[in-house]
Design a protein around this ligand. Sequence first.
Ligand code: DC
Length: 214
Amino acid sequence: MPSSVITIDGPAASGKSSVARILAQRLGYIYVNTGNMYRAMTWAVLQTGIDPNDAETVRATAEGIVIESPVSEGQTQVSVNGRLLTAEDLNSDPVNRGVSLVARVPEVRARLVADQRALAELGSLVMEGRDIGSVVFPESPLKFYIDASEEVRAARRSAQGHTDQVAERDRLDSTRKTSPLVIPEGAVVIDNSHLTLEGAVQAVLDRLPSSAPA
Ligand code: DC
């Protein structure tokens, strides 16, 4: 059977990561969190001491950084120059603040998009991010956009112990020139502001063709 890619896009703290992870487990697909790839690049850029606002220096520095995505327990991890990063590394305050700046650099995006496409060789994927249905796998017939109200997203983010401004990150992600956050053409939109996690997962499963394993 040819491998398939279920694409899940949406704004920060919309609940898309939790939905994507559980969906992948149910289907036996590999879960790929592409935000972590941009976060890893940001972590590496910050290690060099440069300002993430300086796009030209970010571009030049990123060229020398090796990002890999080894699979472990059904999901991709992310390493920088051979060092596996932890959730703490990826979700630190400086990374939260810098990631949308690093992610708007076209050369950084081009490279990570190519890496993301190559992951399809591993098998069927549930891949989540901001441009997966619009740019990375636009030909996928299985596209979802998970949304939630700004209030619900801010509350979820602070419940996770983070103090970053999701509205500001969304503004940067939605207005950048290269592959901004959009609802991909043909995507099913699921607003999960008032759904439980299980309800949101079920809403996706209900829209998959019956040939996909449940
Ligand atoms: O999913 P996340 O909140 O961890 O993503 C962190 C940032 O990475 C997000 O604010 C924008 C960027 N990103 C992106 O530009 N494209 C993606 N496919 C995934 C994330």
